[in-house]
Design a protein around this ligand. Structure first.
Ligand SMILES: *Cc1c(COP(=O)(O)O)cnc(C)c1O
Length: 466
């Protein structure tokens, strides 16, 4: 099996940034025209190679898939992947667990911070360190988090040389476990900000700092949010391993916030993986459900929920899906995103809706249904599941399922990360894995700032001693 040596190139969804290679987009995050990077052509994985994945380890499949995206030596990619997954608790990395007839959980939470974001960020951190060593200079990562990206970024980047990490989380809107995973980091290069606002406010400040060209270039600003394509590349791997393990195409149900994880499913499809359908499952923050059902993309106001990592109204990665659904029409997309920025509303043209409907279906679920689903899963299968997983499992329970057609629910967090909701639903408090037992002893480091870009910028400058 030969892997093409032709290097994948990347261009912006908005078509006005120069094409470039993987190391550049890894370090840049967002494209200079405000768009998101995608491969100029999707690398392909043949049917024969996909079938061979069934007998390969997760690390091996990750190597085969990721080397198609990168521009660094294959051995270096292999080393970074092996090191990244050596810290996972489960030997399968992303085990597929059967919980009913043709119904599976794909457990993505066996990494150091107990959420699926470790799967991409543990690799990304190592690739980052390598790229910076080669290039020199320093990078400043500024990340907005609804809870899990922040802790996973800190676990991946804390203590690395030449990188400073600023994480903005919405004050009081993340769980205690999530907050402590961020604020008890002992590393001096980790800086936590509790922002007096919502996740969308935090994300808007990060985007505004990127757009602030003198600032962004002075600090070497970069992003590890799922706007960074390297995350999507690492996440498409488990769609391949799960499909290979089943031996037939599945429907994947994905608890969705910023649309990164589910778009990784589209990426796998575009690389040649057969997938029946991608079901976008949202909580009461249902912008993605509404746009897929009605064709109108219009944010409401963020409502706190039991699944806080999905409390999002603007789903950044949807831009990637729109770009593909429009037939890669960056001119249309540029006008559409400008109109959306102006009017907070975007009506999708029929051809874009049709293209989206060919891949995606949607479901939504409120907090009471989330609790009922956690209770039902526990009662019927003995499994404790976290509230994000429950949002997706609720959709799977409600689907018209054909016998023999597998449904895979992405299980994105360990139940112990959200013990209050799990205990409320089942009466059972999930226990934290022992490697996290010290979480409640560490001292917290965090500064509270108002929802104000200028103040966040001044804080970053003062910490960097600029
Ligand atoms: C981030 C996150 C999600 C949502 O993933 P997106 O890629 O933002 O759609 C779902 N569940 C958990 C536990 C998460 O941390």
């Amino acid at each position: 099996m030969t892997v093409s040596t032709e290097k994948t190139r990347y261009g912006s969804t908005r078509g006005q940034a120069p094409e470039t290679g993987f190391s550049d987009i890894l370090l840049a995050g967002l494209a200079s025209d405000g768009g998101l990077y995608l491969p100029t052509a999707w690398p392909q994985v043949s049917v024969a190679e996909q079938a061979a994945f069934a007998s390969a380890s997760y690390v091996e499949v990750a190597r085969r898939v990721l080397t198609r995206f990168t521009d660094v030596a294959e051995d270096d990619v292999a080393d970074d992947i092996a090191a990244a997954y050596s810290g996972f608790e489960h030997p399968a990395i992303a085990p597929l667990v059967e919980i009913g007839p043709d119904l599976y959980l794909l457990e993505l939470f066996h990494g150091p911070t107990l959420a699926f974001k470790d799967i991409a960020l543990q690799v990304l951190g190592r690739m980052f360190a390598r790229a910076l060593r080669k290039r020199g200079g320093r990078a400043t990562v500024v990340a907005a988090t609804s809870g899990d990206t922040g802790s996973a970024a800190i676990a991946a980047l804390g203590g690395l040389p030449n990188i400073e990490v600023f994480v903005l989380h919405p004050k009081g809107r993340v769980s205690e476990v999530q907050r402590r995973q961020m604020t008890t980091s002992p590393h001096a290069n980790v800086h936590n900000v509790a922002l007096e606002g919502t996740f969308d406010d935090a994300q808007a400040i990060v985007k505004a700092l990127f757009a602030d060209e003198p600032f962004a270039s002075t600090v070497g600003m970069t992003a590890v949010n799922s706007i960074n394509f390297a995350r999507i590349a690492a996440q498409c791997v488990y769609y391949f391993t799960a499909t290979a393990a089943l031996g037939r195409p599945a429907t994947f149900v994905v608890p969705t916030g910023n649309f990164g994880d589910v778009f990784a499913g589209e990426a796998a499809m575009r690389m040649g993986l057969p997938i029946e359908k991608l079901v976008v499952a949202t909580n009461a923050n249902d912008i993605m459900y509404r746009v897929l059902e009605t064709g109108v993309y219009a944010p409401g106001s963020v409502q706190p929920s039991l699944s806080p990592s999905m409390d999002i109204q603007v789903a950044s990665n949807f831009e990637r899906a729109l770009f593909e659904a429009s037939g890669r029409d960056s001119e249309w997309l540029r006008a559409a995103m400008a109109g959306f920025a102006r009017d907070r509303r975007l009506e999708l043209p029929p051809h874009v809706r049709t293209a989206l409907a060919a891949r995606y279906a949607a479901a939504r679920c409120d907090d009471s249904e989330t609790l009922a689903t956690i209770a039902r899963a526990h009662r019927e299968t003995g499994h404790l599941i976290d509230p994000h997983t429950a949002v997706a499992l609720n959709a799977a329970y409600r689907m018209n399922r054909e016998a023999g057609a597998p449904v895979v629910v992405l299980s994105t967090a360990h139940p112990a990360k959200f013990p209050d909701a799990v205990a409320k639903a089942t009466g059972v408090t999930p226990t934290l894995p022992s490697r996290l037992a010290s979480l409640f002893e560490g001292e917290e480091r965090c500064i509270t700032l108002p929802n104000d870009k200028a103040l966040v910028r001044a804080h970053i400058e003062s910490m960097l001693a600029l």
